[in-house]
Design a binder for this molecule. Structure first.
Ligand SMILES: [Fe+2]
Length: 306
């Protein structure tokens, strides 16, 4: 075997940069620094920011004469570092400042990740939500994390401050004498049966069967996947759960959205076959207390009035 001179190993073409251990370490250090800075930004500035996202959907079956404004708080996941009680308070104050006709809470009320730095007890986040004010009321549905971690305590917390939760129930409301229905669906992932296998508490046919006249319908459903089964009769479906992807690493995040439909219902206003869905990116975090590319948001919706 012909011996190979060490020079043949280390010599590099003159036009190419010489790869030395120092340069490799600089490169790795730079990437690590950029990664840490990104995570730091995602855990700090972005996860603790707050924005209001506004929509003006025009569903075919919502009467133009019925102007209704709705503020939506989804996926509160109360708990530090990013959703400590001060931030919960700020979210409530921001929602109140919008002065909507109706406030809707779309579930997943408390943080369940392993990195909680500030525990916000159930009665504390519930007391903050009890400060929400809207002339047509404040209504809630529960989310999968509420079910997986303590549905009894979540139910008790909302009931303790007089906030009604709609579980497969529809209520008839009216704005300026014009009726509409608000329906709330039981959680679709309530019971974990195995990896990726769940049994829900949702009963869409039973919920919609309670609608006794032809007034327009708003449906609250924590997870957006139900949208494929929602009939034309419903003017607008409101969901959360996905956190908009939460950490939008380019090219990858779409595969990490917790939905059977990938990014199809991940975020925003979706219109399919004349049916309307709005998915909130929510406020808090799950898994890790980091957000990237999807800042915490309160959704403000205006229906009708055109
Ligand atoms: Fe969820």
């Amino acid at each position: 075997m012909k011996p190979v001179a060490p020079a043949e190993f280390v010599a590099a073409p003159a036009r190419l940069p010489l790869v030395t251990r120092r340069r490799v370490l600089h490169g790795v250090g730079g990437i690590a620094f950029a990664g840490l800075a990104t995570v730091g930004y995602g855990a700090g500035a972005e996860a603790q920011s707050l924005m209001v996202t506004r929509y003006r959907p025009a569903p075919r079956n919502w009467p133009a004469r019925l102007r209704l404004t709705v503020a939506v708080i989804s996926d509160l996941h109360a708990g530090g570092p990013n959703m400590g009680v001060a931030h919960v308070r700020r979210a409530v104050d921001t929602a109140n400042a919008l002065s909507p006709d109706l406030m809707l809470l779309l579930g997943d009320f408390f943080a369940t990740h392993r990195f909680i730095t500030e525990h916000v007890p159930h009665p504390v986040w519930a007391a903050e939500l009890a400060r929400l004010k809207a002339p047509l009321g404040v209504y809630a549905v529960f989310g999968n994390h509420d079910w997986w971690h303590n549905i009894a305590a979540t139910r008790a917390a909302l009931a303790g401050v007089g906030l009604p939760a709609l579980e497969n129930r529809a209520v008839r409301l009216a704005k300026d004498g014009q009726p509409f229905w608000l329906a709330g669906l039981g959680d679709q992932l309530a019971h974990k049966l195995g990896p990726g296998w769940y049994q829900g508490e949702d009963d869409l046919p039973g919920t919609l069967a309670q609608i006794g006249d032809d007034a327009p319908v708003i449906l609250m459903a924590h997870e957006p996947d139900i949208f494929v089964d929602v009939p034309d009769r419903v003017a607008l479906t409101l969901s959360g759960h996905t956190h908009g992807g939460q950490i939008r690493v380019p090219f990858v995040w779409q595969r990490l959205v917790p939905s059977r439909y990938g990014a199809r219902f991940a975020y925003g206003h979706v219109v399919e076959n004349d049916r309307h869905l709005i998915v909130s990116g929510g406020l808090g975090t799950s898994g890790v207390p980091v957000r990237l590319g999807v800042p915490p948001e309160i959704v403000h919706i205006t229906l009708g009035g055109t």
